[in-house]
Ligand binder design. Structure first.
Ligand code: PMP
Ligand code: GLN
Length: 380
């Protein structure tokens, strides 16, 4: 393995899911739901297979899905994208992010991202021979310090990579934070990649795409995915919306990562994006009550969950239970309580006080969260 990739090993999510299987624990580590999304979406996928949509779809995605993505952007955010020139379908948001970074970074260019940082970002940046410059969001509230962000920009900065609602902190950026990012991007002529995979999972505040701010549409590479919104994380249908020039650039690298993927699922996601907003809101509400339920369970276990405004995840500080390292806690947790979680320090280059933060996923059925809460009570 080349030197620049050696630090990456096995992803924490694979490692923790294996630990859950091995120990028979409830897996609140890797973020994936234990129920499927709306039944009509599942039926649409079966129908697409039966109707024979099983060969390579077009390189940029099936036209019906690109149209549905453009319609969704207009309906929810009043953003206009040309489905033929400004939309690209990808193998999940993961491929979209990698393809964008590979397309836009020269070796040595700097990419600024929030820390804690979703794990694939650092690897994608390394693959491009670019350099990750983390800007820390500090607990307990994980507010963005705009002065800190500004100070991180250098002559080598090429990209701001932002994620809201944010994994793992659950933070939803405010209007003030977003407009500060927009101002800086324009002033320093930066491209912003926005990871909006949790766009429909903001429980407090509203999700507003950065591309809706003045002067931002032309410098934003907006990325989302069907996995979280529709509870179909295994389908890996993602997309990118941007200018024709930026979409052409990202398509160039995307072509040689997967070329295309998920033919029949693309048809199903097109139908899903056209569901009435109430059907999507049902998914959001289910996750909101999952958050509330697990928050109570963690509180009863003697922990104080940090504020979570969106996403799939709650964070606690296990220093409250006397631990000096979240990894030790996560190693003990299957034995002590039959539950698996993720030590948040893996999302930091230098964790500092986050050394003892631990992330729990709440995207699970109420019965499972109740059982997990019962088990966690053993910690109190
Ligand atoms: N970005 C963030 C912040 C995520 O949490 C995830 C997946 N959990 C992804 C990207 C990847 O999305 P996909 O599964 O669509 O590749
Ligand atoms: N995004 C999910 C999480 O944060 C996991 C995705 C993955 O396994 N790569 O848990």
């Amino acid at each position: 393995l080349v030197e620049r990739m050696r630090a990456f090993g096995t992803t924490i999510f694979a490692e923790m899911s294996a630990l859950a299987v091995e120990t028979g624990s409830i897996n609140l580590g890797q973020g994936f739901p234990d129920t499927d999304g709306p039944v009509e979406v599942l039926d649409a996928a079966v129908r697409a297979i039966r109707e024979g949509h099983n060969q390579y779809p077009p390189g940029r995605g099936v036209p019906d899905l690109r149209q549905a993505i453009a319609d969704h952007q207009r309906a929810y955010y009043d953003l206009d994208y040309d489905p033929d020139r400004e939309v690209l379908v990808t193998a999940g948001a993961t491929e979209a992010i990698t393809a964008a970074i590979l397309a836009l970074c020269e070796p040595g260019d700097e990419v600024i991202a929030f820390e804690p940082t979703y794990d694939s970002y650092a690897a994608s940046i390394a693959m491009a021979h670019a350099v990750l410059k983390p800007v820390r969001l500090d607990g307990p509230d994980f507010d963005l310090d705009l002065d800190r962000l500004r100070a991180a920009v250098t002559d080598r900065t090429r990209i701001l990579l932002i994620n809201s609602p944010h994994n793992p902190t659950g933070r939803v950026l405010t209007e003030t934070e977003l407009s500060g990012i927009a101002e800086l991007a324009i002033e320093r002529d930066l491209i912003v990649i926005t990871d909006e995979v949790y766009e429909h999972l903001a429980f407090e505040g509203v999700h507003r795409p950065l591309a809706t701010f003045d002067g931002m549409r032309e410098r934003t590479v907006q990325i989302s995915s069907a996995g979280k919104t529709l509870s179909v994380t295994g389908w890996k249908i993602g997309w990118v919306c941007s200018t024709p020039e930026l979409i052409t650039a990202v398509t160039t690298t995307k072509q040689f990562l997967t070329y295309v993927s998920g033919g029949p699922f693309q048809y199903a996601v097109a139908e899903a994006l056209r569901l009435p907003p109430e059907r999507i809101a049902e998914v959001t509400e289910r996750l909101r009550s999952g958050r509330d339920q697990l928050r109570e369970g963690l509180t009863a276990a003697g922990l104080t969950p940090f504020r979570c405004q969106g996403s799939y995840f709650l964070t606690v500080d296990v220093a409250e239970l006397g631990y000096a390292d979240g990894v030790d806690f996560c190693r003990d947790l299957p034995k002590k309580a039959g539950v698996v979680a993720v030590p948040s320090r893996v999302f930091y280059l230098d964790p500092g006080p986050a050394m003892t933060y631990v992330r729990f996923a709440f995207c699970k059925r109420p019965e499972l969260l109740a059982e997990a809460s019962n088990r966690l009570a053993a910690l109190a």
